[in-house]
Design a protein around this ligand. Structure first.
Ligand code: HEM
Length: 297
């Protein structure tokens, strides 16, 4: 999928296990696809800069132990960006107080640094300006298990597997995975309350295709060779349901997966589950998908 054309939100839709189970869903990452560049770069970076100025204490975090990892990360980021069109002489701005902030100001990705501690893999630095409905500051300095506390079934489906996976991740074998959300808010930064807030009451079956966005978090994981830290990047990709519907197979897969979510996960992904109902009604009424295709495995 990543080798065939541009990486878009719709291109990253894949099927969930049936019956439902959270899965790691990691795939090998080609380093060329680590940090993505698109035509939105300068607009997005301007907005990111403003968000950092306004909400710095809720976006930027760095413990002293993460300094070496941030220096190694900065070098990797520059090496990556300098190979991209128009960025040959890009550099880190020395003005921001922390290196992780300076890094965030030149990439379209949110970035987390994890270090192994006796209590588990811990987020010791981050620059997360555009979260998808999660409370960033509450995760500062926390382990993967604590970070994922709000996620139902995390303990049974993921905790142990993830811990082993992080221990074994090798610098030469980076990976990527994707998470998806349906939202009626096209903003880059989504506040946590949006997860449960009632849908805007003006979203109907008639306008859902243009008023609801598929928002995919394209996530990558890389272990750094010298500092031994793990870098987690999150790139937000968004497209309206109308443009997702240009790929009926992908839309069908998305709707099938959301309709199979068990009650506790459906509750956690509240707005996604409710938007999916309207999208299904729209897609069936326009013939974009058929009832049979929704039952397919
Ligand atoms: C292979 C690695 C990972 C897997 C399999 C994983 C899995 C998941 C899953 C299944 C969810 C629920 C997603 C949903 O809404 O559909 C989730 C949410 C989340 N993940 Fe991860 N995750 C991984 C790595 C990370 C890392 C490294 C961080 C941060 C350092 C992180 C931070 C979060 C946060 C903040 C949430 C939202 C929690 C909330 O609702 O407060 N994840 N993750």
């Amino acid at each position: 999928m990543l080798n065939n054309g541009p990486i878009t939100a719709a291109s990253l839709i894949s099927s969930d296990p049936d019956p439902f189970k959270w899965r790691m869903g990691v795939k090998p990452l080609e380093l060329a696809n680590w940090l993505l560049l698109d035509e939105q770069r300068s607009n997005e970076l301007e907005e990111i800069g403003q968000l950092i100025d306004r909400y710095r204490d809720n976006i930027i975090y760095c413990e002293p132990s993460a300094t070496q990892a941030c220096e190694e990360l900065a070098a990797e980021v520059l090496e990556h960006l300098r190979h991209l069109p128009g960025l040959a002489s890009i550099d880190i701005d020395k003005r921001p107080a922390s290196l992780i902030e300076a890094i965030r100001r030149i990439v379209q990705e949110d970035v987390c640094v994890l270090e192994k501690r006796p209590s588990g893999w811990t987020m010791t630095a981050c620059a997360v300006a555009i979260p998808t409905q999660w409370d960033v500051a509450s995760k500062f300095g926390k382990t993967l298990d604590t970070i994922h506390e709000p996620v139902p079934r995390y303990d049974s489906d993921l905790s142990q597997t993830m811990s082993t996976f992080f221990d074994r991740l090798r610098p030469e074998k980076p990976v990527w995975r994707a998470n998806r959300t349906l939202t009626d808010d096209p903003s880059l930064r989504l506040e946590p309350k949006r997860r449960h807030q009632p849908m805007r009451d003006d979203v109907t079956v008639n306008n859902v295709a243009d008023q609801v966005w598929l928002r995919v978090e394209y996530q990558t994981l890389r272990r750094l060779a010298r500092s031994d830290a793990i870098i987690f990047t999150i790139r937000i990709l968004r497209q309206t349901i109308r443009s997702v519907a240009d790929h009926p197979e992908a839309l069908g897969e998305l709707l099938r997966s959301v309709s199979r979510l068990p009650a506790d996960v459906r509750d956690y992904k509240d707005s996604t589950a409710r938007h999916a109902e309207l999208i299904k009604e729209w897609a069936l009424s326009t013939g974009t998908i058929t009832k049979q295709s929704l039952q397919k495995h």
